[in-house]
Design a binder for this molecule. Structure first.
Ligand SMILES: Nc1ncnc2c1ncn2[C@@H]1O[C@H](COP(=O)(O)OP(=O)(O)OP(=O)(O)O)[C@@H](O)[C@H]1O
Ligand code: SF4
Ligand SMILES: [Mg+2]
Length: 338
């Protein structure tokens, strides 16, 4: 039986700004099993990064606050950990890979020094052993001449190489959980594929769980066991990857899927997008957040927030018109909605 590693329930993370309270994450729940890869997709500003940063309580101290919910990692509540426990947890059990590897690497220290220090901080090994571990990990992630690269500064390596170094650091710590927030967006296409393949290989090898945030639905298909679609701080649909692609049910998911460029597209290079803009996050939480952009909207969509309903086993959708009782058909806009 699959074992739950992470359980997030009703997570709400708000930002308290001079212009009001922004509900960046407003009641998100999900589970991640050991060895599983969960993809989070959604447009810019939908709350993907705030969700993942909340998992390690990495929020701006004065403005960002987790106001509700529970985050259990192997049964331990991350939200009640002391600062010391949190630092140890972040260092030993979780690795983070961000879009820009330079946010994780210090530009003034050599790669080798940074890796050795990180290994020694989290494992009881000598500097010599740590150095050997670092060289082995660099070799494992496909960095040529690893001994030589240990003496390089981050700026001397390409973006793809730096991202490999970050992954090598993760390999050394054998984390149970990797948060990868747009890990390849800054890299060119061929390097993207190599880095993702590497991540997938390592995930299988170490049975690590990964939370992968991406704009790219093709990457989700390749990498993820299950997917959560976010819109304006909420989950609007979640399912295992095959189900979501073969039977997507939320109008927003339809819009995202329709935005994937296809070679056969007759739009002649024009990228299709979902018309309209996401709502102001200070004003959400009263009705379906997608109502102003949804071709299927009816009066009842504006009466309350649609709950996330399990419409088939393991497939959850938050839409008043797609909740098991009523059934929307993709492309079939009713007169009421026009
Ligand atoms: N420090 C902050 N102060 C105020 N608002 C913030 C802060 N960080 C994020 N937000 C707001 O929270 C919302 C969600 O942001 P988040 O970074 O999670 O989006 P995202 O889905 O990761 O988008 P992207 O794809 O662009 O990375 C955004 O509207 C953003 O403006
Ligand atoms: S609840 Fe209404 S507005 Fe929201 S996604 Fe469903 S049909 Fe569209
Ligand atoms: Mg982000």
């Amino acid at each position: 039986m699959s074992e739950t590693l992470l359980r997030v329930s009703g997570l709400k993370t708000y930002f308290y700004t001079a212009s009001g309270v922004s509900k960046a994450v407003d009641g998100v729940s999900f589970e991640l099993n050991r060895g599983e890869v969960l993809g989070i997709v959604g447009e810019s500003g939908s709350g993907k990064s705030v969700t993942s940063n909340s998992l390690i309580r990495l929020l701006p101290p004065r403005t960002g606050r987790i106001v509700d919910g529970e985050i259990l990692f192997e049964g331990r509540n991350i939200l009640t950990m002391s600062h010391k426990e949190l630092l140890e947890f972040r260092g030993k059990e979780i690795a983070t890979i961000f879009q820009d590897p330079m946010t994780s690497l210090d530009p003034v220290f050599k790669i080798g020094k940074q890796m050795v220090e990180m290994i020694c901080a989290h494992q009881k090994v000598s500097k010599k052993e740590a150095r050997e571990m670092a060289i082995h990990a660099l070799k494992r992630v496909g960095i040529p001449e690893p001994e030589k690269r240990m003496e390089a500064y981050p700026y001397e390596l390409s973006g793809g190489m730096c991202q490999r170094v970050i992954i090598a650091m993760a390999v050394c710590c054998k984390p149970k959980f990797i948060i990868a927030d747009e890990p390849t967006t800054a890299l060119d296409v061929t390097v993207q594929a190599q880095v993702l393949d590497l991540l997938k290989d390592l995930q299988k090898e170490m049975n690590t769980s990964i939370l992968l945030i991406t704009h790219n639905l093709g990457v989700v298909w390749e990498m993820c066991d299950k997917v959560m679609v976010m819109y304006a701080g909420n989950t609007v649909e979640s399912a295992d990857t095959k189900t979501l692609y073969s039977n997507p049910l939320h109008p927003y998911t339809w819009g995202l899927l329709d935005s994937i460029p296809r070679l056969s597209d007759e739009t002649k290079g024009e990228l299709r997008t979902i018309p309209g803009t996401p709502p102001d996050l200070r004003l959400t939480g009263k009705c379906c957040n997608f109502y102003n952009r949804c071709p299927y909207v009816t009066d009842k969509c504006c009466e309350s927030v649609p709950p996330l309903v399990e419409v088939e086993p393991g497939h959850f959708v938050a839409c008043h018109r797609q909740n098991g009782e009523e059934r929307l058909v993709r492309g079939e806009v009713t007169h009421d909605a026009e």
